[in-house]
Ligand binder design. Sequence first.
Ligand code: 5GP
Length: 176
Amino acid sequence: MKVKDLEFKKLIAASKIEERIAALAAEINHDYKDKSPILLPVLNGSFMFASDLMKELKIPCRVSFVKISSYSGTASTGQLKTLIGHEESLFNQDVLILEDIVDTGLTLQKIIEELRGLGAKSVEAISLLRKAPAREKKIDVKYVGFDLENDFVVGYGMDYDGLGRNLQDIYKQLGN
Ligand code: 5GP
């Protein structure tokens, strides 16, 4: 299967994703049974995961899609990244960050730091996929769908140069 100029092969079928999401949702329904968390899916990659996971949640919950924006700071600080888009106050809220994939964990660490600064009551992360570097660095992701090695993946919301997000299954790049 080709996306733009790269060859991919199927890694995780849609039916397996669906099964795993149901199991993750059951854990969250249990762990948050007396709570009413706010889900923060990180755009763009997590939109499909967020939609499917949320349909399986039975607890009262809210959602607010967020994005990481990078902008140039001053010469001394270099590139700064910040979380944008959370409309509701997160003060005293149980926050669940939803990621498509955690690789080095730098993005997630930055988000967690910002949310703690906003006074969230609790902050946990859910990631559909986790790569080896995040495991090695023991990045704190409470709920993980599938563990990968260092494959580059597309599909189910994730892209290669903007393409491939519409694929129902998850594919890994060949010959990498
Ligand atoms: P990190 O900060 O953990 O290194 O990178 C996390 C972000 O990089 C993810 O949210 C995702 O947007 C992107 N990313 C990392 N690995 C992959 C991959 O294999 N495929 C795609 N499409 N995006 C990836």
